[in-house]
Design a protein around this ligand. Structure first.
Ligand SMILES: Cc1cc2nc3c(=O)[nH]c(=O)nc-3n(C[C@H](O)[C@H](O)[C@H](O)COP(=O)(O)O)c2cc1C
Length: 204
């Protein structure tokens, strides 16, 4: 665990925010955070109403952050109308938060299929069986669908048309380091029109 008053200087962070994020994710994993890749994902619905829920980060590179879900879920409907999102990670052992805002796009079917194949059989059946965010009459209705699909696809499970990945392409990334007396350090990166990143220190 870091000293609770561990200072954060702008220059300590990689000039590329995705690399800086990857460094902090590595630190969070090393610190024993139980689910360092869990992130709160905010989307906006009709009229701008916000919605937030946890999802798992499954990949990141220079293009952005990838998570997987049901494209016909409530978040999928929000993103179809308004392909923008914000996420927040919180790593309490390190007194750190990272926030990312950006535009969202589906990843390729090929990349979704490649990830889908790595999931255990039960999770693949679950993705196929669950009409995520729809109203169910009862639990038995879901389990009947799971049973029927597991019998039909004992090994290979087809990638559901409604399931796959999204990539958040960051435009704003903020690194927050908790400090004594609530005098936290905050460093915000913003993507400029020409494609370069600028960084500023923000007041806590
Ligand atoms: C720690 C955690 C991780 C989760 N990861 C995912 C995920 O990666 N993908 C997903 O679709 N739902 C995930 N969920 C469930 C979502 O929070 C949510 O219930 C679901 O996606 C439906 O959200 P929606 O109705 O807003 O679309 C996770 C929940 C928790 C608590």
């Amino acid at each position: 665990m870091l000293d609770p008053d561990h200072p954060l200087e702008v220059e300590q962070l990689d000039p590329d925010p995705v690399r800086a994020f990857a460094d902090w994710l590595t630190d969070a994993t090393a610190a024993g955070e139980p689910q360092p890749e869990a992130m709160a994902l905010a989307t906006a619905g009709p009229g701008g109403a916000p919605a937030v829920r946890m999802v798992l980060l499954k990949g990141w590179d220079a293009r952005g952050l990838v998570f997987f879900t049901n494209y016909e879920s409530a978040k999928g409907a929000d993103l179809a109308r308004n392909p923008q999102a914000a996420v927040a990670f919180f790593w309490p052992r390190l007194h750190r938060q990272v926030r990312v805002t950006g535009s969202v796009a589906r990843i390729s079917r090929r990349d979704s299929a490649a990830y889908f194949e790595t999931r255990p059989h039960g999770a693949r059946i679950g993705a196929l069986a669950s009409p995520q965010s729809q109203v169910l009459p009862d639990r038995a209705a879901l389990e009947a669908r799971v049973q029927a699909l597991a019998a039909r696809y004992p090994e290979r499970v087809p990638l559901p048309a409604s399931w796959g990945g999204y990539r958040i392409r960051p435009t704003v990334v903020e690194f927050w380091q908790g400090r004594r007396d609530r005098l936290h350090d905050r460093v915000r990166y913003r993507l400029g029109r020409a494609g370069g990143w600028s960084r500023q220190r923000l007041a806590p």
